[in-house]
Unconditional design. Structure first.
Length: 269
């Protein structure tokens, strides 16, 4: 077991010496859009996770991620008290106890090497140009470990946004960094627990790209008008249903009378 720890320490040291400003690669390939996580590496480099799909299952179970739904306050955490298997870098497998052959469960870790709040917002989306992730609280086992008079800054790393809590490999603040107060922005945690089981970080989101509201469509309904009356006025006359027979008889009667008058006139002459 001691040999494994020594070897793990040697590997960690070798990794540390080659780290650059982009020490913790975070491509967000396991995170849903707008999902936030706590990226970290403990002081011995036994544990680390930066949002990638290679994160061991037990580490994923210990993470408390959150989905960003708008501007406001959120919290992410990792809880080692649940028991987490360390990853053996040399063997690319879970670290096993040399005596029992069983996976080694850690319920606490020592120190912090790197830590950041990472949110899977696409950094190439112009709608995110004003996004700020502001760290407001850092607690180890319930004890506050905030920076005294120092603010966090937000910048894009590997296509997503992060707010760095600490990273000793960063030489200077990135040119794309933005903060509520850049004059006090830093990426160095000055106080943290030597041995800890749970770390929770509270942060606020501002500048969130709100969904554009659709303009209201003016009403186009025509105003109501009284339709002109089309019913014929009521009368007492009955409808004319004459078939023409009476008219023919009348004409015939007049003709007969006229013929009789002509005959009488001739006799008088």
């Amino acid at each position: 077991m001691k040999l494994r720890k020594i070897f793990a320490g040697v590997v960690a040291a070798a990794l540390a010496t080659t780290m650059t400003a982009t020490a913790f690669a975070a491509n967000g390939d396991r995170l849903e859009p707008a999902q936030a996580t706590l990226g970290f590496a403990d002081g011995q480099w036994l544990f680390s996770q930066w949002g990638g799909s290679e994160t061991p299952a037990t580490t994923l179970e210990a993470l408390e991620d959150v989905t960003i739904t708008g501007n406001g306050e959120y919290k992410v955490a990792i809880d080692f008290s649940k028991g987490i298997n360390a990853w053996d870098t040399a063997l690319e497998d879970v670290l096993l106890d040399e005596e029992t052959g069983e996976p080694v469960l850690y319920t606490s870790v020592q120190g912090v090497t790197c830590m950041a709040v990472m949110v899977n917002f696409a950094s190439d989306d112009e709608a995110n140009n004003n996004l700020i992730i502001d760290i407001t609280s850092i607690k180890f086992d319930g004890v506050e470990a905030m920076l005294d008079g120092v603010t966090s800054y937000t910048n894009a790393e590997d296509g997503i946004y992060r707010s760095t809590i600490c990273n000793p490999y960063i030489g200077s603040i990135p040119t794309d960094a933005r903060s509520t107060d850049l004059s006090t922005a830093s990426a160095t945690l000055t106080e943290f627990a030597d041995t800890w089981s749970r770390c929770e970080v509270t942060f606020t989101i501002s500048g969130y790209p709100e969904a554009a509201s659709e303009p209201e469509t003016p009403e186009t309904d025509a105003p109501a008008t009284d339709a002109p009356a089309t019913d014929a006025p009521a009368t007492d006359e009955k409808p004319n249903t004459n078939t023409g027979a009476e008219g023919i008889a009348l004409v015939a009667g007049i003709a007969v009378i006229a013929t009789g008058a002509v005959v009488v006139s001739k006799k008088r002459k």
